[in-house]
Design a protein around this ligand. Sequence first.
Ligand code: C2O
Length: 551
Amino acid sequence: GITRHYKFEIKLQNVTRLCHTKSIVTVNGKFPGPRIVAREGDRVLVKVVNHVQNNITLHWHGIRQLQSGWADGPAYITQCPMQTGQSYVYNFTITGQRGTLFWHAHISWLRSTLYGPIVILPKRNSSYPFAKPYKEVPIIFGEWWNADPEAVINQALQTGGGPNVSDAYTINGLPGPLYNCSAKDTFKLKVKPGKTYLLRLINAALNDELFFNIANHTFTVVDVDAVYVKPLDTDTLVIAPGQTTNVLLKTKPHFPNATFLMAARPYLTGLGTFDNSTTAGILEYEPSDSSLSINSSIKKLQLFKPVLPVLNDTSFVANFTNRLRSLATAEFPANVPQTVDKQFFFTVGLGTSPCPQNQTCQGPNGTKFSASVNNVSFAMPTTALLQAHFLGQANGVYTTDFPTNPPLHFNYTGTPPNNTLVTNGTKVVVLPFNTSVELVMQDTSILGAESHPLHLHGFNFFVVGQGFGNFDPNKDPANFNLVDPVERNTVGVPSGGWVAIRFFADNPGVWFMHCHLEVHTSWGLKMAWVVMDGKLPNQKLPPPPFDLPKC
Ligand code: C2O
């Protein structure tokens, strides 16, 4: 591979959406941020300079960071943030991955405006396991707040209640014509008839899983989370925050001047007030009729509006995710752990914690909203865990007693169980190098059923099973797929159900795992794994780079 250099200047930029202009934190003044393009095997150096008042870290979501944990980026997990005027070079090599990932800020809610695509092309002289597409197009979904998202989450944390929802979903930063005052801010994809386009879809939204489709068209899914999958035909996709999906879109043979709406809106299972609005863009066939303004083409479009599943269509989501399979060929094998060294059972979900004295809290029954894994709500440390681990100075920073199982036997009945007590702590699980791990995650649904897209840093894992209701350790493992399960970095723990994953802990360092719904992360649905060094030199965490920011 070659080395690719990028320079990311973090600076403020005025941006207008929904007729509302505000100053937002950007990379190089761009929103969404710049695209990183590399081939599998390349080294990527991103020099980040922080010119804003906020503390900043960036994360290269889904990049395995083999032996480069110092470049992973979650604040206070692998690094202290860059303060105003500071810079840091993220230095990593892309190994064994090809497809689409994305980068985003990994501190507070700054990823609402700091995000952009990572396009990983196949190695030089190797090709896709499908016909070469005519064109490739990144499509990144996001959310837009007229308010400052930092103020939104800070206020929610202070009052103990839920944060305000965003004002719009966006496609490549643009809300689209179904929102007021937004027709001119519409993503338009011009296509030629009879061609195959590779759409690189990324869900960078903060708090919602999304359905996506294009009127009168179908997709073939070929890659998720930068791993090839067996081609899967569908007219609608579901994509959770943190997930990426490459699809082939075949355009129709003869369709001059036609325009079709593409649309995305949330899949909602949870509690609270949600925004069920829809972001839309336009697929336009060439030669285009330039006499049509976007407004008149929307009118003309009524026939070509997509039909999305209903907001709470959990069975669509389960069917879609159940059908995804690894390619599992000789060239792209699925290295599924066939035996397990260590088993974990984690309950994940929302809960409440007592309201501090002399405060009134807006959570359920006057409590504070919180969220936890095995009833531990993760407390952010004030120094980075990876440094503490590397220097052998865990004392006072974290403890290694993260529970392997929930504190009380968990039984999901659809009504609140009695073990909702949340404790706060900075607890981790320590794994010897190359442990074969099986982790079952069960949604507790204490405050109403809710799907949680769980993201693991530093690894891909295999999704060997999933189901509704209680996981049954005596029956369910018999049905695990150990042949061609989908391999990914973010998986939805189904609402009122469970998911089982397996992976080899072959990457030394400290690795964050959290719900990629940002509000749940803020409430504590997060934990960390410490993977010890192996014996061989290429199984050890190298020392930190000289420019690693200090706390
Ligand atoms: Cu995309 Cu820890 O995040």
